[in-house]
Design a protein around this ligand. Structure first.
Ligand code: XMP
Length: 513
């Protein structure tokens, strides 16, 4: 059994990020609601407890409180933001409201165990309430210019608090502070790895699913691939449906069949729907219409296949933690209220209400993308799938600008293949977040040999991004662009011009449609 850190969730937006940071330090952790019964907390035998931040004021009626007996269990407690205020408040200190403080502040350490070895450095503050007076027995061990009690501790009782957020990247010494808590204060030994995560997840899935039927929509993307392989380890009878809509990149559909069916012996149903998609998309130019058709057809095909399979007990989805946040929490598929529709994103998130199944299985729900990748590698998936760059659900359908035809798909597929090959050759594939070719809806005049050409334009796109929400265009060396451009016009028929997109997001989006 792994050593366990318990995270009590007081409603803070960074709860999962704290969990992820703890895992990054090689320590197993579980998140429980703030009001989890004390018995349950004790049963977990945690080596330490972390209280998250939260939007409330701890002195107001109805605010979430911790069971005060937690402070006397002799288990180290680290309160973060609201969690720190709560610790001070519940043990007799004073918490008051001040002006909202958001942003980086310079943290000045003043000794103490939590800040051992921590240098004067920036930390991220995001709070309105502040600790005015600490309870007896506590001392201040860190302050900023605006926040006199930024860090405190009571070493005898093993209680610690930080007003800022050590879990975010803006806090320069955040990792060290968390490490001090985990290793020096809680006595962690770092006995957890992603392999343990896989084992635990497989055991849980086995228990939950038993010999029932599970259906999984496989797109070939990282998340659905890791989900399928993980579930397959627990439930070998898993049925995967892979819809080949003809909008995949070069070689991708074959690779999915090879990796999942041929190499792993998984039960994979490949639906050849290229013609069906081309028919439905014929004459459609509007990007939103294209997206809707592609998404709707996907659901229809999936439903048809599900019907053929018969009663399905579980539907598996590759939902990862950022999806849960983006779809407006708890994965109900709703967007944030009041936000504008920029693009109707298509992925399997829309499936559940259409298909008759008993329950959803989402084994990656708590993981971040890079953790999913590590897990995929642990499960033996090839790097070509696990390290794959993001690829939109509607695929090349939104990279052929305007009307989609078989010929245009072939052109963009070949141009994209050359581009990707050269980016890898130049050693840039790991440092660029996403790169692809789009085929524009214009033709222009060129000259080849001694003859006039009137042909298509390929636009190359490459961006740096963290989460796809904002992006900066990548400064690819001219020499690399030159090779890509010259190969594309020479090797791909009907292209006589290549341009490079130098717009960030915003104002552009990453995809062209
Ligand atoms: P945009 O073009 O909105 O893209 O700046 C941001 C990121 O999302 C990807 N993308 C999609 N992913 N379904 C997806 O799963 C979609 O419909 C979709 N549209 C865009 C895009 O490739 C980029 O990584």
């Amino acid at each position: 059994m792994n050593q366990t850190i318990l995270i009590l969730d007081f409603g803070g937006q960074y709860c999962q990020l704290i969990a992820r940071k703890v895992r990054e330090h090689g320590v197993y952790c579980e998140i429980l609601p703030f009001d989890a019964p004390l018995k349950k907390i004790i049963e977990k035998k945690p080596i330490g407890i972390i209280f998250t931040g939260g939007p409330n004021s701890c002195y107001r009626d109805g605010s979430p409180l911790a069971n005060k007996r937690i402070y006397n269990l002799g288990i180290p407690v680290l309160g973060i933001c609201y969690g720190a205020q709560l610790t001070a408040f519940q043990l007799g200190g004073l918490v008051a409201t001040g002006p909202r403080e958001y942003g980086r502040q310079m943290l000045k350490p003043k000794g103490g165990r939590l800040l051992e070895g921590v240098k004067k450095s920036a930390c991220l503050m995001s709070h309105t309430d502040y600790i005015e007076k600490l309870p007896k027995g506590f001392k201040v061990t860190g302050a900023t210019q605006t926040c006199p009690v930024a860090v405190f501790e009571n070493e005898d009782k093993k209680l610690y608090g930080v007003q800022f957020h050590p879990e975010v990247a803006h806090t320069q010494e955040g990792n060290k502070i968390l490490r001090n808590f985990l290793y020096n204060i809680c006595g962690a030994v770092g006995d957890w790895t992603m392999g343990d995560y896989a084992q635990r997840a497989i055991a849980d899935l086995k228990e939950r699913i038993g010999d029932k039927t599970v259906l999984c929509a496989l797109s070939g993307g990282v998340d659905s691939a890791v989900t399928a392989v993980l579930i397959h380890k627990a439930c070998p009878s898993l049925v995967c449906v892979f819809v080949d809509h003809g909008l995949m990149r070069k070689g991708e559909a074959d690779e999915v069949v090879r990796v999942f069916r041929d190499e792993r012996g998984m039960n994979l149903i490949k639906v050849d729907a290229q013609k069906r998609y081309l028919d439905k998309l014929k004459g459609v130019k509007d990007p939103e219409k294209k997206r809707k058709i592609i998404g709707r057809e996907f659901i229809r095909i999936f439903e048809e296949e599900a019907k053929k399979i018969g009663a399905v007990d579980y539907l598996a989805q590759g939902t990862i933690y950022p999806d849960v946040v983006e779809s407006g929490k708890k994965g109900k598929g709703k967007g944030k209220k009041g936000s504008a529709v920029i693009k109707s994103h298509h992925n399997v998130g829309g499936l559940p209400k259409m298909i008759d199944f008993k329950e959803l299985v989402e084994p990656l729900r708590d993981l971040f993308k890079d953790e999913v990748r590590v897990l995929g590698l642990k499960l033996g998936l090839p790097e070509s799938i696990v390290m794959r760059q993001p690829f939109p659900g509607p695929g090349l359908g939104i990279r052929v600008i305007g009307e989609i035809t078989e010929e245009k798909l072939e052109i963009v597929r070949n141009a994209d293949f050359i581009y990707r090959e050269e980016i890898v050759r130049a050693g840039l594939d790991r440092s660029i977040w996403q790169y692809f070719a789009a085929l524009l809806d214009i033709r222009s005049v060129g000259v080849m040999g001694d003859a006039r050409t009137y042909d298509y334009t390929i636009a190359l796109r490459a961006v740096h991004s963290v989460d796809g929400m904002t992006a900066d265009w990548a400064r690819i060396p001219y020499e690399v662009l030159e090779v890509v451009s010259s190969r594309i016009v020479n090797e791909v028929k009907h292209v006589n011009r290549v341009v490079y997109d130098v717009t960030g997001k915003p104002p552009a989006t990453i995809e062209w449609e």
